[in-house]
Design a protein around this ligand. Sequence first.
Ligand code: ATP
Ligand code: MG
Length: 382
Amino acid sequence: MASITLRAAQKAYGDAPPVIRDVDLAIGEHEFCVFLGPSGCGKSTLLRVIAGLEDLSSGDLYIGDKRVNDIPSAQRSVAMVFQSYALFPHMTVYENMSFGLTLAKLPKAEIEQKVREAARILQLEELLQRKPKELSGGQRQRVAIGRAIVRRPGVFLFDEPLSNLDATLRSQTRVEIARLHRQFEQASVVYVTHDQVEAMTLADRIVLLHAGADTQRFGSIAQVGTPMELYHHPRNRFVAGFIGSPRMNFMPAQVVSLHDNGILVRLPATGETLLVAAQGNGVSPGQELTLGVRPEHMEIGQQGSHAITREVVLVERLGEQTYVHLDEPAGQPLVAKAPGDARIARGERLRVAIAPVCAYLFDGDGVALARTQVHGALAVAA
Ligand SMILES: Nc1ncnc2c1ncn2[C@@H]1O[C@H](COP(=O)(O)OP(=O)(O)OP(=O)(O)O)[C@@H](O)[C@H]1O
Ligand SMILES: [Mg+2]
């Protein structure tokens, strides 16, 4: 009984334009749902609405099949974990974890059993008598999670719980949270982050939110889907640019001709042409579009007709991989991924192949053109 449904949800503060607009969303029982988006897009606000710490301006919120708009937070069977831990400094770990249960007047033996169980799961057994100031950041965050676990809520709400931790601890705790979720059969999790690696690795589904003018124009939700759906089938340019690191390269492109297997475009800055496996419905020759290609799909040193030529302006070696920055006459340098030891130097001119199935086209509103269903090899147009 822990699904969450938002219908036509809207939230505005005072007379300002709504920070949450037109949200229709259903989060299933036991689903791990991640709210992802740039700073200020309304992730925390939406989470606080579900928690009952903020009211919706209009629309409906259901937990299970019960409308909870007017139900106080304490009666919603939700537990929230904040970025700032929000532990009581004068209480021990044990007291912090048992506090909510004591307030709820549970029998002492039952409280003890629940706290010990949570402490065991989170490996906090040795630390139960310590005060928060005697703990590391990661331990404090585990106490905050423990305080949520003991309540056995139907819904866990996490607001950037890992952002105060260092990189190693962050990835450890990330794995820990994924493991915890598998242990709680019926609980659903809503997890807020601006870190796309956390979103990609933890989420069953990601809800990517627009910010600023896009929220007002298109509504809060940019796209909802599994991590790989958002990666492979971004609905628009914002999603395409937000998911993936380094981000997708964008270049202006002009339609030359339409074919069964895709659209042939010309890059006005260089006169080069490329075939993109996209459908041409509503597209006409001469139309201006934006071409998008991910760094991992720019194949350096490949010959063939699906290639462009660019000068290397910067080589970033990361060990396992190399990011090759290429001069782009039409704007920002392009980034291509190459193997760590690739023999590439600044000033070189490189052929970079772009497979038609790996390229995307976006119209003047940033909306992605539908993809051509490709079976087998692509014929070369023109
Ligand atoms: N109490 C409030 N009064 C007025 N405006 C608010 C209030 N709380 C949040 N906002 C505004 O609502 C918008 C969304 O804020 P929110 O905290 O939900 O963003 P967020 O996506 O969580 O961002 P971040 O990643 O920085 O935490 C912001 O523009 C913020 O300034
Ligand atoms: Mg926030």
